[in-house]
Design a protein around this ligand. Structure first.
Ligand SMILES: [Zn+2]
Length: 456
């Protein structure tokens, strides 16, 4: 009888909690700090953009889509064939867990259909800001990326157009929303030069100085260790100190996709990015993912990556061991000596056993501590994106729960709400449904105002 009574009380409690979080989320004003401008385009808007584009770059979309889904397109009648918006949505929406390449095939539809000229950028920025204002977003930072070979002229004219569009969107929404711009740079491009162009533009134009607030690195992260960006980060941070009126925050997608290395190295990349000065870290799943999820898997990485990991564990050994089970110190030294003579580009494989799982847990705990205590970095959690691209099994397994438990600075964001068919409100609701209390969500929402690029 007592058990029946307890389960009844629990049911009422859960329903009440769900109802309260529902009420809370419907009365919030949201801050979206991780959002890609073109990934926010709705299906309806993208169709219109394509229809008005005399020369869509079809092959950018059709080749990969055909390869992945064996689907042929008649490009000459595309807009008649997909006139029904529901059909077009099926092509565009990325709404199930799948590898990054499938997400890319959907994003390619945006690249293929858009002209990406100044007029369109201005119009897209204006529309998206107005749309998000309607969804009760009060502050948003939008990331924008140009082609890797974009010239200085393009950088200047498109950045100005984007800022004008954001301003128009704010005006259209009676300034109930503040919109800001973040330029995403190519990890392997001439980012230093592009950064300098942006800084000069900020010096020349009040509009750009007001709206451009950060730089970001996104897209494929495999093959681009944060250590390569260390001196660039130092340069940006120095400039920020010397010229605070044109300061930009450093945002960095890291620990989202890490097929090329072991989970320990992936977690270390997140920690290194924070220690080098990234203000906000995109996704950082590797920092908090459940180590048990790798059990019995065989994972490889380059000898050079393994050496970096061993050196990191040696360097921090005294503190690391305080957080749990680690590799034995003598074994760390022994393996370094063994690997030193090997080809650094050759691969080394591991079966993830119990010992490795424990070591990974210890390393994650240590890195979480470092990020919280020795940096000001904020983790950007994007629930839907992490469930689909990050392929987490469910929201209950999302590392946001661990981050919140450990008092890490966390914000909830929408990433590419257009392709994911989501809103920021829905992202908060997903977090609520997975057990984050209304008190915690309220805290995340309020503290997110302190994590904007302008305040960092
Ligand atoms: Zn992103």
């Amino acid at each position: 009888m007592f058990r029946i009574y307890t389960s009844f009380v629990n049911k009422i409690k859960n329903t009440l909690q769900f109802f309260l979080s529902f009420l809370l989320i419907h009365s919030m004003s949201f801050v979206d700090l991780h959002n890609h401008l073109y990934g926010s385009i709705t299906a309806k808007k993208l169709f219109e953009i394509g229809l008005n584009n005399p020369n869509p770059r079809w092959t950018l979309f059709t080749n990969l889509y055909n390869k992945l889904y064996s689907k042929e397109f008649k490009t000459e009648s595309f807009f008649e064939d997909y006139e029904d918006l529901e059909q077009f949505k099926n092509l565009y929406f990325f709404n199930k867990p799948a590898p990054f390449i499938e997400f890319q095939s959907k994003f390619n539809l945006i690249i293929a259909l858009s002209k990406f000229d100044e007029e369109e950028i201005r119009d897209v920025a204006k529309d998206i800001v107005a749309e998000h204002a309607k969804q009760e977003v009060a502050f948003a930072e939008y990331r924008l990326m140009y082609a890797p070979n974009a010239t200085r002229e393009v950088y200047e004219s498109k950045t100005i157009a984007a800022c004008e569009g954001l301003q128009l969107g704010e005006e259209l929404s009676q300034n109930t929303i503040q919109a800001r711009l973040v330029m995403s740079l190519h990890r392997d491009g001439n980012y230093l030069e592009q950064y300098e162009w942006l800084k000069e533009l900020m010096n020349e134009r009040n509009l750009v100085r007001k709206y451009l607030v950060g730089i970001d690195f996104c897209y494929i992260e495999e093959g681009f260790p944060p250590s390569e960006k260390k001196s660039f980060f130092e340069r940006v941070l120095r400039d920020n100190e010397e010229n605070p009126h044109t300061a930009v925050s450093i945002l960095y997608h890291v620990g989202e996709s890490f097929a090329d290395k072991t989970p320990k190295s992936a977690a270390r990349w997140v920690g290194e990015s924070a220690l080098y000065g990234a203000h906000r870290l995109g996704h950082s799943i590797a920092l908090g993912i459940n180590p048990e999820s790798f059990a019995d898997k065989t994972i490889s990485e380059k000898v050079s990556e393994r050496l970096d990991q061993l050196q990191f564990e040696i360097q921090h050994y005294e503190k690391l061991k305080y957080f749990g089970i680690t590799m034995d110190y003598a074994k760390l030294i022994q393996e370094v000596n063994l690997l030193k003579g090997k080809d650094k580009d050759s691969q080394i494989s591991f079966v993830i056993n119990k010992q490795y799982i424990d070591e990974l847990h210890t390393l994650q705990e240590f890195l979480i501590y470092l990020i919280r205590e020795e940096t000001k970095s904020v983790i950007e959690c994007c629930p839907t994106s992490n469930l689909y691209i990050g392929m987490l099994p469910n929201m209950e397994e999302h590392p946001i729960h661990r981050f919140v438990d450990r008092n890490l600075r966390v914000t909830i964001a929408s990433d590419d709400p257009g392709i994911f068919e989501t809103t920021l409100k829905r992202e908060y609701q997903l977090a609520a449904n997975s057990g984050l209390s209304e008190k915690k969500l309220d805290q995340i929402e309020k503290l997110s105002y302190l994590y904007t690029s302008e305040k960092l």
